[in-house]
Design a protein around this ligand. Structure first.
Ligand code: 5AD
Ligand code: SF4
Length: 474
């Protein structure tokens, strides 16, 4: 397919969706007239930043169609944007779905929709079709841009519609989006993943890697900044391989440098980096670009070379440690965070000690620790030496203790310093305080009011409370 063809197809798809938004508007008006009130929606997001961004796209369409936001699942359109990276995420959805269906029995206007990664698993869809027939709509990760069209189906009748695709090469630009925060936003730079880490279900449910054109990304960032956004998080499963599949390849470092030029954009973050693709040029770009935050989330998964190979990660413990050294040399104040899996099949105490050794050497600012979860269809699920639960639990607790000790130690180093904080919201416990983040992503609470939200203040960090600070404006 030529580039023009892809552009034309995506463009006609975009126009079709806008036509469907108009149809949905009319249908919502009719339903409002018979209900004698506004129709409401509730979007529940499970999982990662990708899903959070997808939910903003769904909300964008629902609000264009005329729905207003509800505080709870007592709403006329309820959608769960699901995650399936670990088994317990799936169980949570089934639990809540039962309650939703009871609510639907009392509200004839109610529609229930399910989307996201979990819906890309055929067994899940089968289970919903047989046990939760009252659901109206199931769609997956590849056709979210068709949501306006799917919504129209839902508004026209109360039957189940299932629309799941195996993959897509299409990226449809410029559909409505409603941001959760006025001053910060995620921006997708790529979709999907080609890595097939042996424990991970993501490549099966999010499809092959596709990068957006730099011009589309930059245009979106500029529009966001013009609309008051000061912080952007660039999103991709493996941002370090960004741009490799474009007709005119561009590296992630080059993209960062261009985004750093956007006037008015104060903070640039990105997620997630894969160590195997992290280039020296990216480290240079991070050091040079003043708006790129000094924070690197660099999933380790395991410190054992043997397990890293079985996990299909393509780096060794030493290569990982070398990247950390280079990052700290180039950007001395950088915060480094990670993801670690405990209990991968066949993990021995020796393997686990290698992980602890990396954790001790790197002294992470924070680490997300996960108990290995067996995902059907992945190579690791077919490995027969699963680690017993009690052994995993013991290792997990030992790991967590060291992670927390390191995090507290790292956080304490900043106590007494005056640093810029971007105010995000009124503090949830005390409305005389505001809560914001340092460039390294740490949380700070200090006296303030709602007028400060979205602005950056110089704040003295008076006291470190483990994973957050109490401070005051200088
Ligand atoms: N079990 C446990 N953790 C997993 N992750 C991905 N797949 C699994 C799994 N099967 C973790 C990885 C990844 C993070 C987003 O989730 O650490 O970096
Ligand atoms: Fe999963 Fe590995 Fe892709 Fe991350 S890089 S989404 S862990 S397969």
């Amino acid at each position: 397919m030529s580039e023009t063809n892809i552009t034309l197809n995506a463009e006609s798809e975009r126009l079709l969706q806008y036509e469907n938004i108009e149809i949905a508007k009319g249908l919502v008006k009719e339903l409002e007239a018979s209900a004698g009130r506004k129709l409401t929606y509730y979007v529940k997001t499970f999982g990662c930043q990708m899903n959070a961004r997808d939910s903003e796209k769904i909300v964008g369409i629902l609000e264009e169609a005329g729905y207003v936001e509800a505080e709870s699942e007592q709403a006329d359109f309820v959608i769960y944007n699901t995650c399936t990276v670990r088994e317990n995420a799936n169980n949570k959805v089934y639990g809540r779905l039962g309650n939703l269906i009871n609510m639907k029995k009392k509200n004839p206007f109610m529609r229930i929709a399910l989307c996201g990664c979990m819906m890309q698993e055929p067994t899940v869809v089968e289970k919903i079709k047989t046990s939760y027939r009252q659901v109206n709509l199931i769609f997956g990760t590849h056709n979210i841009y068709k949501f306006a069209e799917l919504l129209v189906h839902c508004l026209q009748n109360d039957k189940l519609l299932v629309d799941i695709w195996d993959d897509t090469d299409k990226i449809v630009e410029d559909l409505p989006i409603k941001r959760k925060y006025s001053f910060k936003s995620g921006v997708n730079i790529m979709f999907g993943c080609n890595n097939f880490c042996s424990y991970c279900i993501v490549p099966y449910v999010r499809g092959r890697e596709r990068s957006r054109e730099p011009k589309d990304i930059i245009r979106e960032c500029e529009k966001l900044v013009a609309d008051g956004v000061t912080e952007i998080m660039l999103l991709g499963q493996n941002v370090n391989s960004y741009g490799k599949n474009l007709e005119q390849p561009v590296t992630f470092a080059e993209l960062l440098r261009s985004i750093n030029e956007i006037k008015g954009l104060k903070r640039i973050r990105f997620m997630t980096s894969h160590p195997k693709d992290l280039s020296d040029d990216l480290i240079r770009a991070m050091a040079e670009c003043e708006n790129v935050c000094p924070h690197m989330h660099l999933p380790l998964q395991s410190g054992s070379d043997r397990l890293l190979e079985l996990m299909n990660r393509h780096y060794t413990k030493q290569q990982y440690l070398d990247i950390v050294t280079k990052l700290r040399q180039a950007i001395p104040d950088i915060a480094i965070t990670t993801d670690i899996i405990v209990g991968f099949p066949g993990e021995t105490e020796e393997d686990f000690q290698e992980t602890l050794d990396v954790v001790k050497q790197v002294e992470y600012d924070n680490a997300f620790t996960f108990i290995y979860s067996k995902r059907t269809g992945t190579p690791a699920a077919r490995m027969d030496n699963q680690v017993p639960e009690d052994v995993i639990k013991d290792r997990f607790d030992r790991l967590l203790a060291i992670v927390q000790e390191n995090a507290a130690k790292k956080a304490n180093l900043l106590t007494g310093k005056v640093l810029p904080v971007l105010v995000e919201q009124i503090n949830e416990q005390d409305d005389k305080l505001v809560s914001g983040r340092l460039a390294n992503n740490s949380l700070v609470h200090f006296p303030g009011d709602a007028s400060m939200i979205g602005n950056i203040y110089q704040v003295r960090l008076l006291e470190c409370k483990g994973f957050y600070y109490l401070g005051e404006v200088e």
